[in-house]
Structures are given as C-alpha cells and as structure tokens.
Design a protein around this ligand. Structure first.
Ligand code: ABN
Length: 170
C-alpha cells in the first residue's frame, strides 16, 4: 500500500510541476503571441484585388478613367495593354500612385502607374493628365519620374495603369 501511495504521489507531483498554472499561462501566452503574429506573416495579397464594376472607355485613349494621374506613353498603344507591358520590356517595381474615379460605379480606385522598361520610348499615345501631380521639387508627390530607374534597364518605354485597390472614402 505504501509503495502504491508513494508511486501515485510522485506521479501527481510530476504532473503538478510540469502542468501547473504557470505552465498553463505560458501555453496561453505563447498561443496569444502566435495568433496575433499571423496577420504579419507575408502572404500574397493579390487575391484581395478589388472586383471591378463593368468597364467603360477606350484604354488606348488618354480620356480612359484609369489614366487620370498618368504621365507617359500608354502601353496600350505600344504592344502591351493598360495593365501589361509590351513584349521585351520589364515592368518597373517602383511606381507613381494615383486615385481615379471609375465612372461606372462612382467609386475611387488606387491606380499604380508602373513604367515598362528596356526599350526606347514608345513615342505614341503620349498622355499627360497629372491629377495630384506636384512639381518635381516635391519628388515624393511628382509623377514626372522615370520609374525604370528601379528596374534592370533604366530605359523608359511606356506606362501602365493597374488598379491595386479601392480608395478609402474621406
Ligand atoms: N513615369 C513616366 C516618365 C518616364 C520618364 C520620364 C518622365 C516620366
């Protein structure tokens, strides 16, 4: 009997030492930290791209709604499209960002004007609407910048207009 008592007492103490309140709190703390860091993990956010209302307008015309803040040759006239680069060119990883109103749903969308790089300038469909543009001395707010400076080739060819999200209404 004595042996059985001692055996179970020892087991109970072991369990109490390893799984005590502190152990429990430690586990809860670790779980909280783990769960709270999930939104910080790198995830592909492309799936968050907004569902756009039906399109109106001609992407090879400077009046097209996505071009409200553009400054450059429209890639749609240069062998690419409003959101893809022509073959043989590379899209700049750094860009100018504008906010344009889609006339179909009346909502404002954030547009990224990525330049296409690696061929001499396209030369057709120059479009300079410049909404929100500031003089070059405000370099953080100027669209008069060759974004190809951030690409493999710094030679500018044309500009795209890619919707990256819906703008928050003020
Ligand atoms: N982002 C269009 C551009 C390219 C070169 C020089 C000025 C503007």
């Amino acid at each position: 009997m004595n042996f059985i008592d001692r055996f179970f007492e020892k087991k109970a103490r072991n369990v109490a030492q390893t799984n005590g309140r502190r152990g429990f709190m430690k586990g809860v703390g670790a779980a909280l930290v783990g769960v709270s860091s999930i939104p910080l993990l790198p995830v592909a956010r492309a799936v968050d791209a907004p569902v756009l209302a039906q399109e109106v307008g001609d992407p090879s015309s400077c009046d097209y709604w996505r071009y409200c803040a553009v400054d450059g040759f429209l890639c749609d006239c240069c062998g690419g499209s409003y959101n893809t680069c022509p073959p043989g060119t590379e899209m700049s990883p750094i860009t100018w960002i504008g906010t344009c109103r889609n006339p179909v749903d009346g909502r404002n969308y954030v547009i990224s004007y990525n330049d296409c790089c690696g061929k001499t300038q396209c030369g057709t469909c120059l479009c300079q609407r410049d909404e929100g543009d500031r003089p070059l001395y405000r370099s953080d707010k100027s669209n008069d910048v060759n974004w190809c400076l951030g690409a493999t080739s710094s030679v500018y060819h044309c500009s795209t207009a890619i919707v990256v999200g819906v703008a928050f209404e003020k």
